[in-house]
Ligand binder design. Structure first.
Ligand code: HOZ
Length: 437
């Protein structure tokens, strides 16, 4: 691993070429590095906790495909089984046994899910979840929380986290006023506003959608009683509670955030880890709600590649490699890293909030607690940018925005964490000098 990037010429050339034919040169905005004033690195290969760019610079990766890779890149068994699946055909467009196996594996771990449908992404899962809640309740409005990101469908873009927050897009052109008007966005961790909103629209809210732990404004934890209040008040007002566990599902525990906080939502959306890095999404929940989906019921949802045999095998193998030891290892590595960073901060005196739960963490340059979207937005973005660049230069690949989570995988080793801490010390000391903090 170079202590400074030797050259990024190939990435630069590829980016120029990509910009000619792909909008912004990338296939998803958060990859662009635009918010950190850089051009993106083009990645050529990955293994375990490492990625290499097109110029062969090696990095310790804390993006881990935005949380999808709980075992790191290219775990042997996952690759072997996925290769075998490929040899049997890339897509059937018809049911197959492994879909049933993966469905059972998920249902066994997440008790609130009695039936599940596989789709191709988290965005699709959320679109479907919202449609079902509207059909079930015969109501139209939904409540979402500022800074939570639920994919890029029209209903859930307002005041979102992730790229929407990173690029400062308060509402996207192309979303009609009437669609936007059906979504009410309120602050995360604010039970009072939630209750006021329900009282204002007592019979109009179909669903409450929430990331039980926010992973798209950086990491933001639910305060005591927040999730319980969502559950209790949703039930009281006859609305359905959707937990978006695309990031937290199998990341925080085998049963996701809902089992960690002991809250049972009506519907759960999943993605990322359940596909082991191959495209997948899923929506699951109570039988009577899920059976509204066609062909069991009248709510239409479909997809040529849904339950794709290669994605499903990749997901089955990934989940089968997760056990209690996985979470113990993730916890101890994450604690080692975040406690180590905190210790360095104590010495340098830099005001950096480290928000962490399990193997998800993020850093905010502020002296104030970050507990909602507003407090996340008040952190110092300029210092984050400088810090991100310093870390990258030391061979540490972090999410290029304070409004994203970083992830540790079971492939990371203590020695990777130690190298990261050395880089962190150098990067923050440099920051201290440059900014005269
Ligand atoms: N925004 C998601 C991560 N927070 C997925 C990555 C993407 O948008 O490309």
């Amino acid at each position: 691993m170079p202590s400074t990037l030797t050259s990024t010429k190939k990435s630069e050339a590829l980016y120029r070429e990509a910009c000619e034919i792909i909008p912004g040169g990338v296939n998803s905005p958060v990859r662009s590095f635009k918010s950190v004033g850089m051009e993106p690195l083009f990645i050529s290969k990955a293994s375990g906790p490492y990625i290499w760019d097109a110029d062969q610079n090696q990095y310790i990766d804390y993006v881990c495909s935005w949380g999808a890779l709980i075992h790191g890149h290219a775990p042997k068994e996952v690759i072997q089984n996925t290769q075998k699946a490929l040899e049997n055909g890339t897509s059937f467009g018809a049911p197959h046994e492994n879909e049933v196996i993966l469905a059972k594996m998920i249902i066994e771990k997440i008790p609130s899910i009695k039936k599940i449908r596989f789709v191709n992404s988290g965005t699709e899962a959320v679109m479907t979840a919202i449609r079902i809640t509207r059909a079930f309740t015969r109501r139209n409005k939904i409540i979402k929380f500022e800074g939570c990101y639920h994919g890029h469908s029209d209903s859930v873009l307002s005041m979102s986290g992730s790229g929407i927050a990173t690029f400062g897009i308060p509402s996207s052109p192309g979303v009609t006023k009437s669609t936007a008007s059906e979504t009410i966005t309120i602050p995360y961790n604010d039970i009072t506003t939630f209750e006021i909103t329900l009282n204002k629209f007592p019979r109009e809210i179909a669903a409450i959608i929430v990331e039980p732990v926010v992973g798209n404004s950086g990491v933001i934890l639910p305060e005591e009683k927040f999730l319980k209040s969502l559950r209790d008040l949703s039930t009281k007002f006859g609305c359905l509670l959707i937990f978006d566990e695309v990031i937290t599902g199998f990341r925080l525990s085998p049963g996701g955030a809902q089992s960690l906080f002991n809250i049972s939502p009506d519907i759960t959306t999943l993605g990322k880890i359940i596909g082991g890095g191959m495209p997948i999404g899923a929506v699951g929940g109570k039988k009577e709600i899920m059976d509204l989906l066609a062909p069991a019921g009248p709510v239409y949802q479909a997809g040529t590649l849904s339950g794709n045999p290669v994605s499903v095998v990749c997901g089955i193998t990934t989940l089968s490699l997760i056990n209690e030891k996985t979470y113990e290892k993730l916890e101890s590595l994450s604690a080692l890293l975040c406690n180590g960073m905190q210790k360095i901060n104590n010495n340098t005196g830099l005001n950096i909030q480290i928000n962490r739960i399990g193997s998800m963490f993020s850093l905010f340059f502020t002296n104030k607690k970050v507990f909602d979207f507003k407090s996340a937005q008040q952190s110092d973005r300029k210092r984050f940018v400088q810090f991100f660049k310093n870390m990258l230069n030391e061979g540490i690949y972090l999410a290029p925005s304070p409004f994203e989570a970083n992830f540790i995988s079971s492939a990371h080793k203590e020695e990777d964490i130690e190298k990261t801490l050395v880089a962190y010390k150098k990067s923050t000391e440099k920051l201290q000098i440059t900014n005269n903090l």
